[in-house]
Design a protein around this ligand. Sequence first.
Ligand code: GLA
Ligand code: ZN
Length: 683
Amino acid sequence: MKTHKLFPKVDALLHGGDYNPEQWLDRPDILEEDVWLMKEAGVNTVTLGVFSWSVYEPREGEYHFEWLHKILDTLYENGIYTVMATPSGARPAWLDETYPEALRMNLKRVRNLHGVRHNHCITSPKYRQLVHDMDVRLAKEVGSHPGIILWHISNEFGGECACPLCEKKFQDWLRNRYDNDIDKLNHAWWTTFWSHRYNDFSQINAPAAHGEQSIHGLNLDWKRFTTDNTREFMEAEMAVFRELTPDIPITTNFMHMYSALDYNKLSKPLDVISWDSYPRYGNPEESLYDTSMENALDHVMMRSFKHDRPFMMMESVPSLVNWHEYNKAKRPGVHKVTALQAIACGSDTVQYFQWRKSRGSFEQFHGAVLDHLGRSDTRVFRDVAEVGRLLKALKPVQGSIVESKAAILFDWDNRWALEDCAAFSKLTKQYTKTCLDMFKLFQKNGVDVDVIAPTEDFSGYRLLAIPMMYLMKPGVADRLKAFVSAGGQVVMTYISGYVDESTLCYLGGFPGDGLTELFGLYVEETDTLYPQDVNGVRFTGLPGVSEDTVFAARDYCDVIKVQGADTAAVYTEDFYAGEPAVTVNGYGQGKAWYVGARVEQAAMEQVLLAAMREADIPVKDLPEGVEYHRRSGDDAVFDFYLNYTTEPVTVETEPGVDLISGRSVSGQVKLEGLGVMVCQVQP
Ligand code: GLA
Ligand code: ZN
């Protein structure tokens, strides 16, 4: 069974979003209007209670859930399901007044005042207790309601706390990690340097601008601790629902490429992955296609956390946001193609923040389905209603999944270590952009690719792309060797395999941990270039690529010594002119490709295409500005074509039925500007 319906009782793709009726309890007319307008917009789900604590419990021990029951009932009677959130993302003022330990302390060790949200100490036993009690109350109040399909834990977990409670917990976390042996820690952090040796775990502080910030191992462990502590907080919330409502699945909503928490670790205990998508549509620096590629990378990363099931786009906006530097309205047609992009990438939902614009406070001008104008005959409302209709037409897609034959390895530990290391250039490391560039090349060639952690299972993939894996975790090198040995293709870039999980350099040649053997080379030097510097790379015998073409190489150039690898391209300039820049090494049944320089996209594309040929991964000829994905279900496959240009294009399709137009299609099909085709391919 491939098909995996997230919510067995909902026979549809979900359409809806955050609904905050507690802001309108004194306006029954508006609450009544909401329900019939939701139906008009094709909304079949809402998310309730994300920020409802001060209405549930306006004073400690005084509870009000009557309104919630009423809303849940009314929605359910009208065919609208509910994602029920826990309110731990923001706290009432009385709570912080009574229990100041719940307030977060920043890295300068200044205690925050009450305000905004996500401002809680992650460790505070008192806050955890209050959240627990509230969650129990909520589960008992509404957990048996037939309209509730999912628990939504807190909201966009984020940030860190350096209060004494957290610092003490960090020390205990370190004791555990280093077997209570301070010398193990001293070795891992290389503290003899600058005379930084510790005698006891109690001497260790969280990193701070006015304190210790120069020990990379400490900085990295602090980030790991913050993720583990956040996960523990989240799991403590989850435990309540696992016990009281074991049949209701659980999610929490993630953010765009969020840097402060390791989402791979956070994703593990969840049943469903969901995230909030707010790209800068219409920005002047890039095309709609490019902005959408950034969004696609996020979608795909979320999908890849649990690639055996659909994910959820929990929030997005039908018009504009209020927190970008410039808050531009989505142009006509853009909402449709960007909403359906989520479905194309493997989401079974299109949800918004929020249903109705707030009247006051911070998000009063954030786009919503319903404006302050209060009418449904607006452009935005019509766009939303159109998406509602399209999602109905796309119902056969529900539960189908994307099966990628290629994966990009992405790792938070690596991201943190690479950003923190004092080397290369502060400005051009650009790890996430490098991953995005790699991702775009797969998309350009119509190849679905997952984005996975290096600790995940590689079986099922035929090609692994590894951009800038500076920190190589234990065991990964051996697993890569086994993967290639058994016939896999690996494409790895410069600045990979420098340090181990403690940020200690691998000795004896980069890429370390035995990868010199896999790639048949070692890197003798890595040259960091100034932005004005350009080297050249010329392929020497890659099928289909002229030996006369010189591709630009910028930012980073490895000086490589081959030990068995074949040279696929050489540098054209500088003291390493004529030396290998790209190599390929046969290893067992497969091949290990090494790209030693930050070459321009056209050159990287040639290497990936060569590796895809070897991996027997078919590519698709797509017009510029078109995104393609395939979702597979038990009985059918669905090919999505999204045209981000405003001009008509022609795409090539297998015979099938376009679920959007209802027409049979085959061969060359015209797609309107900003048009979408979802071809259910004939079995
Ligand atoms: C986030 C939050 C929402 C809202 C939106 C606005 O995703 O989860 O509560 O603030 O941003 O874009
Ligand atoms: Zn704290």
